[in-house]
Design a protein around this ligand. Structure first.
Ligand code: B1M
Length: 210
């Protein structure tokens, strides 16, 4: 098996140590960082996403694979930047004000990162103004909002209103999700997309950007 196939296999199986070593080996073999990213890691996360959708694997396995991808990316990132490989898009992600849940949000961040998107995670309990400031600072394509409580869902609308009031709502694509969130709710508050889970969130981002 060539090194890229080995790397893809290690990402899928969440073998963090092997992933880091194999990224280094691939670089030592002068394989382009874009090939390592696209054919090794992103391809592996696409397989992971498909298996999750087909109920062949569950959240823990997906989380383990996403973590391995994240660690591999840390090795690859400086080389990617130096070689001028651009991310396919940028996103700001956070859990809304009043809400401390971040496991699902982190998974969404990792799966979107796995789709080649530069992710800016602004954490939990995030006020609307912070989403606006970060989205403008990094010139994000997406603003991604997570909420796990019925009491904090309303904050999602407050974030969208913050962008409306600043006159920049149309400059960003809003995606929302979290256990109590629904498609109907997304439409009601004027979000662009709802994703039920991290795999769908990455799919939405890929569809919008390609
Ligand atoms: Co909390 N909690 N919690 N909690 N907690 C829930 C959410 C709850 C359903 C439990 C219950 O009562 N059955 C309930 C909410 C009830 C409601 O509002 N309807 C609840 C409550 C009430 C509370 C407190 C109020 C409890 C208290 O103090 N009395 C309190 C609130 C604190 C606060 O936020 N202000 C609280 C606190 C906590 C802990 C801190 C202890 C801990 C969070 C730790 C952490 O996140 N670091 C916690 C946990 C762990 C849970 C449960 C058990 C698990 C949540 C989780 O991580 N799921 C949860 C019950 C449950 O869901 N079974 C519960 C796994 C994760 C992978 O799934 O987060 O749904 P999830 O993310 C999914 C999708 O939702 C989606 O993709 C993810 C991955 O596929 N998704 C997105 C999420 N964000 C997305 C964004 C997108 C797209 C998709 O686009 C941008």
């Amino acid at each position: 098996m060539d090194i890229i196939s080995q790397l893809a296999d290690s990402v899928q199986n969440g073998k963090i140590k092997l992933v880091k070593e194999q990224v280094e080996q691939a670089l030592a073999q002068a394989i382009s960082p874009a090939v390592i990213l696209n054919d090794g890691m992103i391809a592996a996360m696409t397989v992971v996403g498909t298996k999750f959708k087909n109920n062949e694997i569950y959240v823990p396995e997906m989380l383990i694979a996403a973590r391995a991808m994240g660690e591999g990316l840390k090795v690859l990132e400086p080389v990617l930047i130096a070689s001028g490989v651009k991310p396919v898009g940028k996103a700001v992600i956070g859990t809304v004000k009043g809400d401390l849940h971040d496991i699902g949000k982190n998974l969404v961040r990792m799966m979107m990162q796995g789709a080649g998107i530069e992710m800016h995670d602004i954490g939990i309990d995030t006020p609307a103004a912070d989403f606006l400031a970060k989205a403008q600072e990094v010139q994000a394509d997406f603003v991604c909002l997570s909420a796990l409580l019925t009491t904090t869902m309303a904050e999602m609308e407050a974030v969208i209103k913050e962008f409306q009031q600043a006159g920049v709502r149309k400059d960003f694509v809003f995606m929302i999700g979290g256990a109590p969130v629904t498609e109907d709710f997304a439409q009601k508050i004027g979000a662009d997309f709802y994703a039920p889970d991290a795999v769908h969130a990455a799919d939405v981002a890929r569809d919008v950007l390609h």
